[in-house]
Design a binder for this molecule. Structure first.
Ligand code: PRX
Length: 584
């Protein structure tokens, strides 16, 4: 890809006139910082306990509650119906102290795993940070998960405590008998069984005084499961030290200032919701909006208007969905509070960047690239920089990123290869839970291989090409084909299944399944619908195949592995490549 081509395909640079920016970006002088920045500089942006100890929750809540921000609104929570609740840093401090005391009373030990299966709610923020305060490892789960997804996570991590609500607990009870190590179930809401604990009662009885536990920076803070191409979801473990980079990037990339109202749309079940819907912005003491409920254009624009959102972090699928609803809806609202827009999770189409400029009074989306494993944004279009529409941008100072081949050789400008990073940044995952072999697979030839393929242009901007593996990104959410295949073959009509991502205008990709039917079953729309329902109810509401194609056989290697690459090539009319390992 020559530079000329990128200009032709994606349109001209979007430049910024510093005089016209409402606030001066926090990061100034990128080129110079790339040469001079040291991670020890970032360490100074957060507070430490004596002896080099730290606790992320202290930085996110306590330091503001004990300082000038005590009575500043930390959270504007909207229940999705427009009913708002404002919570100050001091109130969050007291509530998280209470929850930490509940944990203590239950005998939750340092580094025990505490899970949250809740809709976006004040309790979710309080529980997550309260657990971190007391030294536990916190793990939020996406509310669309089905029983199998819940079981896999709680079982693999030997979770001891689950916080859920009267409604969502039904899915958990389908698998509870398979979780002997889980000791406590805390229920938010009214319907509390005798062997469960009531959130309301426990919180009412707990003291609001708690000394946040000083942790070694390398001790674990949170755990999130994510998908690879093979096997069950893997538990990506993050350390308290990660708060340094969550803070730095919220400051430098999302550019939060004291007076901002910041809104991140991601659920806490995904890494974006944790790092940029909790940790980074609050560590900087900024007011955040938390909106419950599903995609709803009117509600979203209202949220921006009503709470005067100035910084908005969202996902390309959401942008495409808003675009598809037309430009008349945003015209009904006063969106003049917005000053900066960001996106993450999948490629952001250049049209999305340009559409935003038309609809949001000349404000483009800034694309940001990162992963569950990287723990914070590593490549981005910085606020002070010109944007190349369609490009992920440039690496954060302190990050060495390159395009490499399988031997670790660094490739030149315009050459397509693996996007790789030099290990060693503060928010990098520390482990794959109980699976060192899986962890080690990421590292080769001195590089961390991201699993993405990309290119770099003459100005040092990175351009996403695709995934190097079979991982599917659908609506920006990461799904492993193996999990979907496993859920499919549990249906009595499915003998074999192979699953791929199929490009889709709106969702980036949809999940497509190729299945071989069990003898005695005949293909029909009703049967396909039943199979889809089965996967949704087992695995997750979002991770089901929107398309199912019945085939006679699936291409397999001689060792019996389904060759998804061939399914994909056939579906998309691509060259089929090397088939020397094909069964017949
Ligand atoms: O393929 C890349 C894609 O999302 C993957 C990481 O997924 P996950 O761990 O769920 O984290 C998503 C949110 C941090 C990456 O390997 N991805 C992420 N950001 C971008 C992207 N693809 C293209 N452009 C991006 N900006």
């Amino acid at each position: 890809m020559a530079e000329k081509d990128t200009e032709l395909i994606h349109g001209a640079l979007i430049t910024k006139d510093p005089a016209k920016l409402r606030l001066k970006p926090n990061l100034q002088g990128y080129d110079n910082l790339r040469k001079t920045f040291k991670w020890s500089d970032a360490d100074k942006m957060v507070e430490w306990f004596p002896g080099g100890k730290i606790n992320a929750a202290h930085n996110v809540i306590d330091r503001h509650a004990k300082g000038k921000n005590a009575n500043k609104v930390a959270l504007i929570y909207d229940d999705g119906e427009g009913n708002a609740q404002k919570v100050t840093f001091k109130q969050l401090y007291e509530q998280t102290n209470k929850f930490a005391n509940v944990m203590k009373k239950l005998g939750i030990k340092r580094q025990d795993r505490v899970f949250f299966f809740l809709q976006r709610s004040p309790e979710l923020y309080v529980g997550f940070l309260g657990a971190i305060k007391c030294g536990a490892i916190a793990s939020p789960m996406f509310p669309a998960f089905g029983p199998d997804a819940i079981r896999d996570r709680l079982l693999d991590s030997s979770a001891v405590c689950l916080v859920t609500d009267s409604d969502l607990k039904k899915r958990f009870y389908e698998v509870k008998a398979q979780l002997p190590e889980l000791k406590h179930t805390i229920i938010v809401g009214k319907d509390v069984a005798p062997d469960e604990l009531s959130w309301e009662k426990e919180m009412a009885a707990a003291s609001d005084k708690f000394e946040t536990v000083p942790m070694d920076p390398e001790e674990f803070m949170y755990l999130l499961y994510t998908s690879g191409s093979t096997g069950k979801p893997k538990g990506v473990v993050h350390a308290h030290k990660g708060i340094v980079e969550a803070h730095l990037t919220a400051n430098w990339v999302l550019d939060v200032h004291d007076e901002d109202v910041y809104w991140c749309g991601a659920d806490l079940g995904w890494v974006t919701g944790v790092v940029y819907g909790v940790l980074g912005p609050w560590s900087n003491g900024v007011t955040q909006v938390g909106l419950a409920g599903r995609f709803d254009p009117d509600r979203w624009y209202q949220t921006i208007q009503n709470y005067k959102v100035s910084i908005w972090y969202t996902a390309p699928t959401a942008v495409r969905m808003l675009m598809a609803k037309g430009d008349d809806i945003p015209k009904k609202y006063n969106l003049s509070s917005l000053r900066a827009l960001y996106c993450v999770g999948e490629p952001l189409n250049p049209e999305g960047v340009r559409w935003a400029m038309e609809v949001f009074d000349n404000k483009p989306f800034h694309d940001t690239w990162w992963q569950t494993e990287t723990g914070s944004i590593l490549i981005t279009n910085f606020p002070e920089m010109p944007i190349k529409p369609g490009s992920m941008g440039k690496p954060l100072p302190g990050i060495e990123a390159a395009i490499v081949d399988e031997t670790g050789k660094v490739l030149g400008q315009g050459e397509e290869g693996s996007l790789a990073l030099k290990p060693g940044w503060p928010s990098m995952m520390r482990q794959i839970w109980k699976n060192p072999a899986k962890y080690n697979e990421y590292f080769r030839n001195g590089w961390y291989y991201t699993g993405d393929t990309a290119q770099i242009d003459k100005d040092g901007y990175f351009w996403y090409v695709g995934r190097a593996d079979d991982v599917i990104k659908t609506s920006g959410e990461r799904v492993g084909p193996f999990e979907v295949e496993s859920a499919l073959i549990e249906h009595e009509a499915v003998a074999e299944a192979g699953v791929i991502g199929k490009p889709d205008q709106l969702r980036g990709n949809i999940i497509k399944a190729f299945i071989v039917l069990t003898p005695g079953f005949t293909e029909s729309d009703a049967l396909k619908a039943d199979i889809q329902k089965h996967v949704k109810s087992k695995l997750a509401g979002h991770a089901y195949p929107r398309e199912i194609e019945v085939v006679k056989t699936l291409p397999k290697t001689r060792s019996g592995k389904i060759m998804r690459r061939l399914l994909r090539a056939r579906e998309l009319g691509l060259p089929i490549g090397d088939i020397s390992t094909l069964e017949d």
